[in-house]
Write a protein that binds this ligand. Structure first.
Ligand SMILES: [Zn+2]
Length: 91
């Protein structure tokens, strides 16, 4: 019977991307870049809902930007879902 509460360490998340309702366009040296603005939600590619269950079809998905629960701007509900899924997968 395993009742270990603390896991050795967080595993990297591959399938949760950052998705936001709003974003801003920043001008960098190599062109314009879109950056998330406000609360960052977690979203699986191809899904119309965020991890916390928000209707996210017209939100921006930031490909290549993985959702991390350590991000201070991360949605608390999404963070809880992602952490739960990670724990289940690594069990
Ligand atoms: Zn969320």
């Amino acid at each position: 019977m395993k009742t270990r509460e603390s896991l050795p360490g967080p595993k990297p998340v591959g399938t949760w991307l950052v998705s936001t309702r709003h974003w801003v366009r920043c001008v960098a040296d190599d062109g314009s870049v879109e950056r998330p603005y406000g609360v960052k939600h977690a979203r699986e590619p191809g899904r119309g809902l965020s991890a916390c269950g928000e209707f996210a079809v017209d939100w921006r998905i930031f490909w290549g930007m993985n959702f991390t629960s350590e991000d201070p701007d991360a949605c608390p509900a999404c963070r809880a879902v992602v952490n739960k899924v990670q724990t289940r997968q690594s069990a």
